[in-house]
Design a protein around this ligand. Structure first.
Ligand code: GDP
Ligand code: ZN
Length: 315
C-alpha cells in the first residue's frame, strides 16, 4: 500500500495510508540522498510504499521521487543534514513586527532560501492586535506588506489572539501542503492551534518553564486542516526557526531576490554583482527607491557571507 509520512520520531515513521489509517513504520532498504548524509532518510511529506508483513508495524520499502525538499544542518558539530520536509507546495513564514521584532534580514534570508529551493513563500504577519492603536506601527505594517506584496510574496495579516485574518490565511492554505516556520515567540504554535481546533501544541506560556533553549531534538509533523473543500495540510517544525543558510554562489545570490534579478538585466555588465560596478541598474533603482534599501542590504549581507565562504575554502 502507499501513504504519506506525517511524522518522524527518529527511530520510526508514522505513515497515513490511502485509506486514512495511521501506521507506525520502519525503514527497509537504503534511501540515502546522493552526496549528502542525512539523519533521516525518509522525511515528513514523502510519498512511500509500505509493506505490512505482520503485526502492526509496517516497512517503508520505497519512496516516490521528491518534487522538492528542504534540508538543514543537523547540528553545528555534525556534517549530517536533516530533511525537514518533502513535497511542499509552499512555505509560510510567520513574523511579528514587534514583540518580538523579526528582522528584515531574517525575512529576506528566509525568502532567498525558499527561492533557492523553488518553493513559493507566504508571509504571515501575526499579532496585529498589538498594533491597532498605534498609527506609526500601522503605517509600518502597511509599508512592510506593500513591500513584500510588490515583490510578489503574498502577505497575510493576522492575530492569533483575536482571530482576525484567520479566514484569509485559510484561503491561502487551501489545497496545499504548507510548511510553517518562524522565530520563536512570533505565535506560530498559537496560530497552528487556532487553525486546527483540538490540537494543543505547546505555546510559550506552557513550554517556557521546560525550555532549555538548546539541544532540543525537533521532528516535523504534518497535520490535516479541517473543514477544507480540498485536502490541505500544514507541517510544523518545532524549534526550527528558518532553514539555515544555504551556501549561495556569489553570482547566484541575485537570482533569489526577484526584484533585484529583474532589474539586474539592465546592468551594463552581465556579471554585475550590484556592488561597485559602473552602469549598475540595481544601485540606481535603490537610489530611486524602486528597490527597497532593506532588501538591498539583505542582498549585500548574503553576498558578503558567500565571499567569506570563498576565502574560508581558499578559492
Ligand atoms: P511560537 O514560539 O512562535 O510558537 O509562539 P507561541 O505560540 O508560543 O506564542 C508566543 C507568545 O505570543 C504567547 O505568549 C502567545 O500567547 C502570544 N501570542 C501569540 N499570538 C498572538 C497574537 O496574535 N497577539 C498577541 N497579542 N499575542 C500573541
Ligand atoms: Zn548591477
Amino acid at each position: 500500500m502507499t501513504g504519506t509520512v506525517i511524522k518522524n520520531t527518529g527511530s520510526s515513521y508514522l505513515v497515513r495510508t490511502e485509506s486514512g489509517e495511521d501506521l507506525n513504520c520502519k525503514i527497509k532498504g537504503n534511501f540515502r540522498l546522493k552526496g549528502i548524509r542525512t539523519t533521516n532518510p525518509v522525511a515528513v511529506g514523502d510519498h512511500v510504499t509500505v509493506s505490512l508483513p505482520d503485526g502492526d508495524t509496517g516497512y517503508i520499502t520505497a519512496i516516490a521521487p521528491r518534487r522538492n525538499y528542504i534540508i538543514r544542518k543537523a547540528s553545528n558539530l555534525s556534517k549530517q543534514a536533516h530533511i525537514l520536509a518533502a513535497n511542499l507546495d509552499q512555505v509560510c513564514l510567520v513574523v511579528t513586527l514587534f514583540h518580538p521584532t523579526t528582522s528584515t534580514t531574517f525575512i529576506d534570508r528566509f525568502l532567498a532560501t525558499a527561492e533557492a529551493y523553488r518553493v513559493p513563500a507566504v508571509i504571515v504577519i501575526n499579532k496585529i492586535d498589538l498594533l491597532e492603536d498605534d498609527p506609526d506601527a500601522m503605517e509600518y505594517l502597511n509599508a512592510a506588506s506593500y513591500l513584500y506584496e510588490s515583490i510578489g510574496y503574498p502577505v497575510v495579516k493576522v492575530s492569533a489572539k483575536t482571530g482576525e485574518g484567520l479566514e484569509t490565511l485559510r484561503e491561502n492554505l487551501r489545497g496545499k501542503t504548507t510548511l510553517f516556520s518562524g522565530n520563536s515567540g512570533v505565535g506560530k504554535s498559537t496560530l497552528i492551534n487556532d487553525l486546527i481546533p483540538g490540537l494543543q501544541l505547546a505555546t510559550a506560556s506552557i513550554s517556557s518553564t521546560h525550555d532549555t533553549g538548546m539541544h532540543t531534538t525537533t521532528f516535523s509533523e504534518m497535520f490535516d486542516l479541517p473543514d477544507m473543500d480540498e485536502p490541505s495540510a500544514i507541517i510544523d517544525t518545532p524549534g526550527v526557526k528558518g532553514f539555515g543558510t544555504l551556501e549561495f554562489d556569489r553570482h547566484e545570490v541575485s537570482h533569489f531576490f526577484p526584484e533585484i534579478f529583474k532589474t539586474g538585466a539592465e546592468c551594463r555588465y552581465s556579471d554585475c554583482t550590484h556592488t561597485h560596478e559602473p552602469g549598475c541598474a540595481v544601485r540606481e533603482a535603490v537610489d530611486d527607491h524602486r528597490i527597497s534599501e532593506s532588501r538591498y542590504a539583505s542582498y549585500l549581507s548574503i553576498l558578503e557571507d558567500s565571499e567569506e565562504d570563498k576565502y574560508r575554502k581558499g578559492y
